[in-house]
Design a protein. Sequence first.
Length: 457
Amino acid sequence: MSSIPVAETNPVAQTVASLMPRARAELAELVAFKSVADFDQFPKSESEGAANWVAAALRAEGFQDVALLDTPDGTQSVYGFLPGPEGAKTVLLYAHYDVQPPLDEAGWTTPPFELTERDGRWYGRGAADCKGGVIMHLLALRALKANGGVPVHIKVIAEGSEEMGTGGLERYAEDHPDLLAADTIVIGDAGNFRVGLPTVTSTLRGMTLLRVQVDTLEGNLHSGQFGGAAPDALAALIRVLDSLRAEDGSTTVDGLASDDEWEGLAYEEEQFRADAKVLDGVRLIGSGTVADRIWARPAVTVLGIDCPPVVGATPSVQAGARALVSLRVPPGVDAAEATKLLQAHIEAHTPWGARIHIEQVGQGQPFSADTTSPAYAAMSEAMSVAYPGQEMQYAGQGGSIPLCNTLASLYPQAEILLIGLSEPEAQIHAVNESVSPQELERLSVTEALFLHNYATN
C-alpha cells in the first residue's frame, strides 16, 4: 500500500502514513466482532466485545471518563473525554461500532468478519460503515499528538445501535444533555461522493420503519377448494405495497410531496448506474435528476416479507402475511408527519376489508446543515491540503443518521459536519463491503488538520 502524495510535504500527513499499518491491524481486530445490534440474530457478547475494544483504545490514548453507556434500547455506547488546552473549544467526534448483518455470507468473496486486502481495498463488514470511522478518529488524534498536541477538547461517542434505528443513544443524550455538548460535532459516518473527491454531506434524509401485518382468514385454506373466493392475505399485502409506487417507480404516499429538487452537486445517471451496479437494460425508477430522487425526495423500500418460501410451499390460500416497510423522508419534511401519512395510505389502500395492523419500529428526522459556519471553512481548508488540487464539495445522502437531529436540537449553537469513508465503491450494507485505505489515510489527515484549523480560527 503506497502513501498518498501529500504525505511527502505535510508532517501530519507523514505521521498518518506511518500509522497506516497499525490502523489496518486495529481495523482487523474491530471487524472481527460480529457486532450486529440484533440480539435475536447475533450474540450480545459480540457487541459488548466491540464496545470494550473501543473503550480500551480510548483509554490507551489518554481519554478520561471513559464509560460504557447503557442506552434504553439495550445496547451500549462508548464515551470518552480528552482534555485540550485551557479555554479551548470542544469538538465531539462520532462514529458507530455496530454493523449491518452480513446478509448472504456465501455471496462474500472473503469472510465478512475477517478483514482482507484485495485489489487495493480492505474488505469486511463495517470496514467503511462505520468501524473505519472509529479508526479514522484515532488516527487523526494520534497524528495531532505527535505534532504538537491536540489543540481542542475532544469528546468521542461510539454508538452501538445506529444501524438498527432503535434510538438508544438519542434517548440517552436527551436524558443527559450535558454529556455530548460541544462547539462543533464531526459525524464520521458519511462519505465522499466518489473516491478522491473531498465531500461533506450537507443533508440527510430521515426515515420511518413500519411492520405491516395483513390478515384475512382464521387459517390457511386449500387453494383448489377455496381459491378464487377466499381472500388471500399475501395478495392483499402485495396490492398494498404496489400502491406505494407510481408506474415509473416513484414513491407515492397520499399527501406526501415528491417533487423537490436538489440544488447541489450533480449525480450523472451513468455514474449512478455504475455505482449501483444496475443490470444492463434495467431502467432507473422515478423522475427528475438522480440527485433529486436520492437526496431530495421520499423513497419507499420493502425491506422484507414474511410469507412461505418457494421451496416447500403448499397449494394454500394464505391467511396472513407481513412486511417491513421503510420510508426515507427528505429534508424539510417532519418524519412523524410522514409516518402518519404512510400509515393512513396503507390503511386506505388495503383491499377487500382485510384486517391491517401497523407497528412503528423505527423513526429518525431528516437533517440539513448550516454550511456557512466557520467550521465548514476550517474543513474546506483541511480538505484542500489532504486532497491536493481538489475543492470541498457538498452532497446529500439518502441514508439517515437520526442522532444528527437530536444533537442539533440539544445544542442549537453547535456546528455539525458529516464526513466519512462510505463512498460508492465501499458498498456499505451490501455483500463485499470494503474501505479504501487511501481514503482512510486522506480523511484522517483531513480531520487532524480540521481540528488544528478550527482551534486557531
